[in-house]
Design a protein around this ligand. Sequence first.
Ligand code: S3P
Length: 169
Amino acid sequence: MIAAGQHLVLVGLMGAGKSTVGRLLGERLGRRVVDSDAVIEAQTGRTVREIFEHDGEPAFRTLETAALLEALADAEPLVIAAAGGVVLREENRAALRRPDVRVVWLAADPAVLVERVRSGAHRPALDDDPAGTLRRMHETRESLYREVADLIVSVDGRSVTDVVEAILR
Ligand code: S3P
């Protein structure tokens, strides 16, 4: 159960539904929703793709850490839809393990995700071989998502409303 003062953070692979589930959870809980990619794009005035292509992934990851830590420093408890790669840095995982933070992993089979996810302005990694990329990301990150998760919700074959109810229960 989410305590009143705790931030609620959604993690999981691209396409798992973090932004959509986050928006609904924000409505249900009466909380502001922060999407880490959207924060980065608003603050830099550039798309995630532009940052990846011009500055490289490490530069993007540094912005991602800053966006996460800034959201977690907010005194108001938030719903945070964290981008898929947020668990890659130990510094981020340490922040996600804080007692005032509850983490929900939206777990999905990468073979199912590939059917619903598209590359685009914020997902340059999916331009080539999306199935292989998602499978590799799943292999690398599964243990990291598990490490930070307080709750694991499987999203395969479930509606968004069902996932939201499972989190709130
Ligand atoms: C990434 C996920 C994307 C975005 C970037 C990298 C990743 O966010 O930050 O393309 O490495 O998993 P979403 O998970 O919101 O799609």
